[in-house]
Ligand binder design. Structure first.
Ligand SMILES: O=C(O)[C@H](O)COP(=O)(O)O
Ligand SMILES: [Mg+2]
Length: 407
C-alpha cells in the first residue's frame, strides 16, 4: 500500500553541536526519544542542508526552500512574511518588517534583544500602533504583535522602498543602529529610512514609561522599551502550494513567521498560539488530515532554547515533543517526514549551517540501518545528504504523485 498523505514535522532549530553540559552530546543524542528513534529505525534517514551546504539558513529562507520555493528566486525579505503571519494584510507595494521588542539600559544600549522573552505584548503593541503618527510623511502603519517578543510592522504610503537597513545591532552592549538606505541611496530608500527612524523614535517614547513596562521593571523583568526592526521587504508572489505540488495543505504553527509563510503559499492556516499544548496541536494536525493531503507542523521552542544556550532544556523539550508523536505513527497511510529548518547550536546561540537530521517513514519506503534520530546517526542513512529543495519531490514520489521524466 502507498501512503497518501504527508506530515512534514519541522522541529525548529533542532540541529545542534556537542554540548559540554551533556557530556559532549547534542541535545538530540542526549534525549530519550523512543518514538523518534522508532521512526528512524522503521524509515529512511539522512541529513539535510535546508538551503544548500554551508548556507546558514533563517527560518524564513529555510521553510521556503523546504516547501519548494527556492529562496534565491522567491525570498523578498522576512518582514512581509512575518507581517502576514501577524495578521497584516500585505497588499502589493507595502513594506513589511519583522520587529523585536527589546530592552535598552539607561545609557541607551541594548541589553536584551528579546525584552526578557516577554510573553504578551498585546497592550503595548496597541499603544504603539495607535500612538505613532507618521502623517507628516504621508505614511500610515500597521503594527501587530507576533509570538512572544516578536511583532511586525508594515508601512503604507507613496515613495517607499524596502532597500533599508535594520536598527537591530544583533548583539548587546551597544545602541540600536540608525537605519539607512541599504545601498541604492535612491530618494525612496533615503525617505523610507527616515520614516523608519522616526517610527522607532516615537515607539521608544511611547514604551519607556508605559504602565506595562513600569510593572515589568518593578517585578525585576526587562522592560520592552524599544523596538528593533529588520528584514524589510515587499510582499512576494507565490504559486499556490496546491498548484505547485498537487496537494491540498494546512499549516499548524505557533510561530507567526511560519504561519505567515504557510498562508502566503496558500496553505490553510490553523490557528495556534504559544499557549496551545503540544497534544492539542497534534490533535489539530490529525484533524486536518480528514480533509487535507499535506500538513506542515512546525514546533518552535527548541530553537529558542538554542538561542538562549540552554542545552539541557532543549534536550528536555525534545523529549516532550517525542511523547506526543505516537498518534502520527499509528495513522494509516501517512508519510511522515521529520526534520529541522536549521541548526541552532546552544554553543553559539545562533543558527548554523550544520545540516539537520531527517527521517522519512511511511508505507513502501526503503528502511536503512539507522536506529536513532540525531545528527550523527542520521548521517549514515540511505538518504545520505540532500538539500531542502529536494524534500518535496522525494516525498511526492514516495506517495506516487510524480510523473516519469522521459518516455
Ligand atoms: O525566533 C526567531 O524569531 C528567530 O529565529 C530568532 O530571532 P531573534 O534572535 O530576534 O529572537
Ligand atoms: Mg527556525
Amino acid at each position: 500500500m502507498t501512503a497518501s498523505k504527508i506530515l512534514l514535522l519541522i522541529i525548529d532549530g533542532v540541529g545542534d553541536r556537542p554540548c559540554e553540559c551533556l557530556d559532549g552530546k547534542t541535545p538530540l543524542e542526549a534525549a530519550r526519544i523512543p518514538n523518534l528513534d522508532e521512526l528512524a529505525a522503521t524509515g529512511i534517514c539522512g541529513i539535510m542542508d535546508p538551503v544548500a551546504p554551508g548556507i546558514r539558513a533563517g527560518s524564513d529562507t529555510s521553510h521556503l526552500s523546504i516547501l519548494g520555493y527556492p529562496p534565491q528566486q522567491y525570498y523578498t525579505g522576512r518582514g512581509p512574511l512575518e507581517a502576514a503571519g501577524c495578521g497584516i494584510q500585505m497588499e502589493p507595494g507595502m513594506i513589511g518588517f519583522r520587529a523585536n521588542y527589546a530592552t535598552l539600559d539607561d545609557a541607551g544600549n541594548v541589553i536584551d534583544r528579546r525584552a526578557g522573552r516577554i510573553a504578551d505584548t498585546t497592550e503595548i503593541s496597541a499603544a504603539v500602533r495607535d500612538g505613532v503618527d507618521l502623517s507628516k510623511y504621508g505614511v500610515t502603519i500597521e503594527f501587530e504583535p507576533g509570538t512572544g517578543h516578536r511583532a511586525a510592522l508594515a508601512l503604507r504610503g507613496k515613495g517607499l522602498s524596502a532597500d533599508v537597513s535594520s536598527n537591530d545591532p544583533k548583539i548587546t552592549g551597544i545602541p540600536p543602529k540608525t537605519i539607512h538606505s541599504e545601498g541604492s541611496d535612491t530618494d525612496s530608500a533615503l525617505f523610507t529610512a527616515e520614516v523608519c527612524n522616526e517610527f522607532c523614535r516615537q515607539a521608544e517614547n511611547i514604551l519607556k514609561n508605559h504602565p506595562v513596562n513600569l510593572a515589568r521593571k518593578a517585578a525585576g523583568k526587562n522592560p520592552a522599551n524599544t523596538i528593533l526592526i529588520r528584514g524589510s521587504g515587499v510582499m512576494g508572489v507565490y504559486e499556490p502550494f496546491e498548484e505547485r505540488h498537487g496537494l491540498s495543505g494546512s499549516v499548524v504553527a505557533a510561530a507567526a513567521l511560519i504561519a505567515g509563510i504557510g498562508s502566503s503559499v496558500g496553505l490553510k492556516r490553523v490557528p495556534v498560539n504559544p499557549d496551545t499544548s503540544l497534544d492539542e496541536q497534534v490533535r489539530l494536525v490529525l484533524n486536518e488530515f480528514a480533509t487535507q493531503d499535506f500538513v506542515l507542523f512546525n514546533i518552535k521552542n527548541a530553537d529558542e532554547y538554542g538561542h538562549d544556550g540552554k542545552a539541557a532544556e532543549k534536550k528536555d523539550f525534545l523529549e516532550k515533543i517525542d511523547k506526543e508523536l505516537r498518534p502520527f505513527m499509528e495513522m494509516p497511510g501517512l508519510m511522515i517526514a521529520v526534520c529541522g529548518d536549521h541548526s541552532t547550536p546552544c554553543t553559539i546561540k545562533e543558527h548554523s549551517a550544520d545540516p539537520v537530521p531527517l527521517i522519512i517513514r511511511g508505507d513502501g519506503t526503503r528502511v536503512d540501518r539507522v536506529t536513532a534520530y540525531d545528527e550523527i546517526s542520521c548521517a549514515a542513512g540511505a538518504l545520505c545528504r540532500i538539500s531542502g529543495g529536494d524534500l518535496m519531490p522525494i516525498l511526492l514520489d514516495l506517495i506516487d504523485k510524480t510523473h516519469k521524466y522521459g518516455a
